[in-house]
Write a protein that binds this ligand. Structure first.
Ligand SMILES: NC(=O)c1ccc[n+]([C@@H]2O[C@H](COP(=O)([O-])OP(=O)(O)OC[C@H]3O[C@@H](n4cnc5c(N)ncnc54)[C@H](OP(=O)(O)O)[C@@H]3O)[C@@H](O)[C@H]2O)c1
Length: 252
């Protein structure tokens, strides 16, 4: 694959890995990072052509883009992912933990925990040897998950919410050791995001939930707005480790 040399104009001179960058919010995060001059490794599981489209857009902006197929629940795939990043860049400034799931029908009973807890921790452990002081990790979550213990979830989402909240808790428990390495963890939590797949899947079991949410809180945030907050968490200097950025109403 052709990876052009990075140009120095309009660049933050940073290297990022975005998980789940083939579509939805992750793809938007990758595009916005590219516009800020960040070179991006794009992890994807199955949507290779879509990841390649995002990569082509970044290359057209003069950025380096490295699409990497990998199931983040596979230790071998994670090792191969970080090997490729090490070979190309030798370091990583930003890890965006965006990829998520757990509503899949064809997976083992503990798949949501494997994906939303274990894989997130393994990603951090894989990235740390490549991260210099000043590095940043951003964990992407939703209000449904972040406020899961308030018991305001939707039918059919319990397994995902419990596993993703366990992932957030486990990452937060790493903050002291991350701080010793000079690395910050920032959490970004969003309301239901307009036009995305997850709320549409939830609608199957909780009819009318999207419309009810719009009526309760007004317009829901869109993909670009949510992605912009994730990008700011990744490159802005205003956040301390452990901060949570909320996008959309937190009214439950
Ligand atoms: N949608 C919402 O309303 C909403 C609201 C708040 C927060 N969020 C958060 O935003 C993030 C992205 O959500 P989204 O709605 O954009 O998700 P999505 O459309 O379902 O996309 C999920 C992404 O994760 C990837 N992925 C899933 N399982 C994977 C695995 N085992 N290994 C590697 N990649 C995997 C997918 O890759 P492939 O496509 O290649 O399979 C895809 O790129 C999630 O953390 C979610 O909790 C979403």
């Amino acid at each position: 694959m052709h990876v052009p040399a990075s140009t120095s104009s309009n660049t933050l001179d940073k290297k990022a890995l975005v998980t789940g960058a083939s579509r939805g919010i992750g793809a938007s995060v990758a595009r916005q990072l590219g516009r800020l001059g960040v070179d991006v490794a794009l992890n994807y599981r199955s949507k290779g052509p879509r990841a390649q489209e995002v990569a082509d857009e970044l290359v057209a902006l003069g950025r380096q883009a490295l699409p990497i197929q990998g199931d983040i629940t596979s230790a071998a795939d994670l090792a191969a992912t970080f090997d490729q990043i090490r070979a190309l860049w030798g370091h990583l400034d930003l890890l965006v933990l965006n990829a998520s799931g757990g509503l899949e029908q064809d997976k083992a009973a503990d798949y949501a925990m494997q994906l939303n807890l274990t894989a997130q921790i393994n990603l951090v452990h894989g990235a740390l040897p490549l991260m210099p002081r000043g590095g940043r990790i951003v964990f992407v979550t939703s209000h449904l998950v972040h406020f899961y213990r308030k018991g305001t979830g939707y039918d059919g989402y319990e397994t995902v919410a419990a596993s993703k909240r366990a992932g957030e808790d486990a990452l937060r428990a790493m903050i002291p050791s991350l701080s010793e390495l000079g690395i910050r963890l920032v959490i970004v939590s969003g309301d239901l995001i307009e036009g995305t797949i997850t709320p549409k899947l939830l609608e199957r079991q909780s009819r009318g939930l999207i419309e009810k949410r719009r009526q309760a809180v007004g317009a829901l945030p869109g993909v670009e707005e949510f992605a912009a907050a994730i990008v700011q968490a990744g490159v802005g200097e205003e956040y301390a480790s452990g901060d949570t950025i909320y996008v959309g109403s937190t009214e439950l």
